[in-house]
Design a protein around this ligand. Structure first.
Ligand code: SF4
Ligand code: SF4
Length: 383
């Protein structure tokens, strides 16, 4: 059995968050279970991109502050960091309000630029990673994840949060090397097996539904979820939003790899039923999945073209900033402008597109959505 603490937290008022974090960690055995005096603990918030805290794209600074304060009182020495999908960590942390909280508490930004090789012989798929120096410098990690939807993995929660421990452009390389959701997910699970954060705190006070993890809508869930098991924590997120956890590939692969359990969960704290939002907008389609395990070939191309969901630009929202073009990991680009003057929004080349949805994830205007082709919709209805 894995324990998940469910704690009501009605706002980001720091007193309320402090009380909720203290209670939640207490329900898991107290902060001393997760850090000894003198140890260096890395706090890993979700710093996807530089957005103000009220946009719910990043972990809220009140959650960061409350967790940091608790670990400092336990005598831990703290650092923090993330490798954003776009922009430098300093700037993103500044806009997200995390840098200010860290400065006031004397918590320095860890080195998330220098790449260091880290071997993981137990990895199912990946046995050699490149990790940010600041991650490996720490004795332990506390993962401060955000409750949001995600194009590739349906939800971005505890397991996905460690992807930011891979520095900079190397993350894009993984998307290109592992061009379907199952392979990408297996890599994520191996990465979690290597890093093994000691504690996960999921910020679900204000979550993001719909076109997440950046362009979706805010949803008040008024809850913090805490666990030392990332599979159980993501499964708890699924239960909150009435999503079958078997549809979430990181949960399935995580269970198979022994990272945790989605089945044997002991809930403690507030009754989880009180937070369930059955109308939470998340991808509940059984098929087609976002990405398949198909090997390259005609059948794969057919599925990709006619069944697998694809990124689609809503021209009225597009500011022609070019961020999607920059982030696209394939060569030649699968999304690009048709002329240098950017006289029209970029255009997708679906024959090149590996459906990593990085463009949808990063578009600052939420102008890219995931569209299911007609055949995919028909298959779904027939099931
Ligand atoms: S990132 Fe979004 S807004 Fe920018 S060019 Fe691409 S679709 Fe348009
Ligand atoms: S166009 Fe978008 S989904 Fe397709 S490969 Fe590029 S970033 Fe990934």
């Amino acid at each position: 059995m894995s324990r998940v603490a469910v704690v009501r937290c009605p706002s980001y008022d720091i007193a309320a968050v402090r009380a909720a974090v203290e209670r939640g960690i207490g329900l898991l055995g107290g902060v001393e279970r997760f850090a000894r005096s003198g140890e260096t603990i890395l706090l890993k918030p979700n710093l996807l991109i530089g957005r103000a805290p009220d946009r719910a794209v990043t972990t809220h600074p009140s959650v960061f502050r409350a967790v940091a304060e608790l670990f400092l009182t336990a005598g831990a020495s703290l650092t923090y960091g993330d490798s954003p999908a776009f922009g430098r960590a300093e700037g993103v942390a500044g806009r997200a309000g995390i840098a200010e909280a860290a400065r006031e508490l004397g918590v320095p930004l860890a080195d998330f630029v220098t790449p260091v090789a880290a071997s993981y012989p137990e990895g199912v798929l990946i046995k050699q990673f490149t990790i940010a120096q600041g991650v490996l410098d720490a004795d332990g990690i506390v993962s401060l994840c955000k409750m949001k939807t995600h194009g590739l993995t349906r939800i971005t929660g505890a397991i996905k949060n460690q992807y930011g421990c891979i520095p900079g452009l190397l993350k894009a390389e993984f998307h290109a090397r592992l061009p379907n959701a199952r392979l990408f997910t297996q890599m994520l699970v191996d990465l979690n097996g290597l890093l093994r954060p000691r504690l996960y705190v999921m910020d679900g006070v204000v979550a993001m539904e719909g076109n997440g993890p950046q362009g979706g809508q805010l949803r008040n869930m008024n809850v913090l979820l805490l666990s030392d098991d990332p599979v159980a924590l993501d499964a708890a997120f699924c239960r909150l939003v009435d999503l079958d956890p078997h549809l979430v590939l990181p949960i399935v692969a995580g269970e198979e790899a022994g990272l945790g359990t989605a089945a044997g969960i002991e809930y403690v704290g507030d009754p989880i039923e009180g937070f369930v939002a059955r109308d939470f907008v998340v991808n509940r389609r059984a098929l087609p999945t976002t990405g398949t395990a198909l090997r390259p070939g005609r059948l794969s191309l057919f599925f990709r073209r006619f069944v697998i969901p694809k990124p689609a630009i809503r021209p009225v929202r597009c500011t022609r900033c070019g961020t999607c073009v920059t982030i696209c990991p394939v060569t030649p680009k699968a999304v690009d402008f048709e002329d240098a003057a950017r006289s029209a929004p970029p255009v997708h080349r679906y024959d090149r597109c590996i459906r990593c949805y990085c463009c949808q994830e990063i578009c600052p205007e939420g102008a890219i959505e995931i569209a299911v082709p007609l055949l995919g919709r028909l298959i779904r209805r027939a099931r």
